[in-house]
Design a binder for this molecule. Sequence first.
Ligand SMILES: Nc1nc2c(ncn2[C@@H]2O[C@H](COP(=O)(O)OP(=O)(O)OP(=O)(O)O)[C@@H](O)[C@H]2O)c(=O)[nH]1
Ligand SMILES: [Mg+2]
Length: 189
Amino acid sequence: TCFKALCCKGPPPPRPEYDLVCIGLTGSGKTSLLSQLCSENPENIVSTTGFSIKAVPFQNAVLNVKELGGADTIRKYWSRYYQGSQGVIFVLDSASSEDDLETARNELHSALQHPQLCTLPFLILANHQDKPAARSVQEIKKYFELEPLARGKRWILKPCSLDDMEAVKDSFTLLINLLEERELEPSRM
Ligand SMILES: Nc1nc2c(ncn2[C@@H]2O[C@H](COP(=O)(O)OP(=O)(O)OP(=O)(O)O)[C@@H](O)[C@H]2O)c(=O)[nH]1
Ligand SMILES: [Mg+2]
């Protein structure tokens, strides 16, 4: 037993798990970002029809992320898959057309106000920042009218692109901090 005590530290404590929903228009990069975070092969990514679930490992937590496909025909069913979510990831293409940006804004506003999501932490990723046409995070914040709409809510808006995954991981760490804070709230104990 003495030898065992010296050599076997035992299994590490389990990491907390959180259930998240990931939404955003088709082509915004949801599957690409989540696949990179899971160290999966970035080739062969096809548009998500329906939904797809991935367990994304981080140092202090595991995020069970349910990505909902963003095609026009699927978006109307998004809200059926919100139940049980503890947080939201919204991905947008910062270099998209004006029309698509407006659609993304409307979808984000609906999500922020949805009864099953309105109290949850949001991570909003302004993706495709590597493209010359990408709007800055300041422009997006203004265009999306986030300050007046989401006052008092916990949301994080960060620029990102597939070619800087370290920045993406840092943004997820901020989201995990919000999820942990939420767990410690007295009202939920
Ligand atoms: N240049 C650039 N391309 C990106 C970026 N993120 C994703 N893409 C590309 O955008 C395309 C669509 O990406 P997906 O990950 O399939 O998008 P999605 O949001 O999952 O789309 P749906 O599943 O249809 O809702 C792919 O060809 C990606 O390589 C980025 O940051 N920069
Ligand atoms: Mg997808």
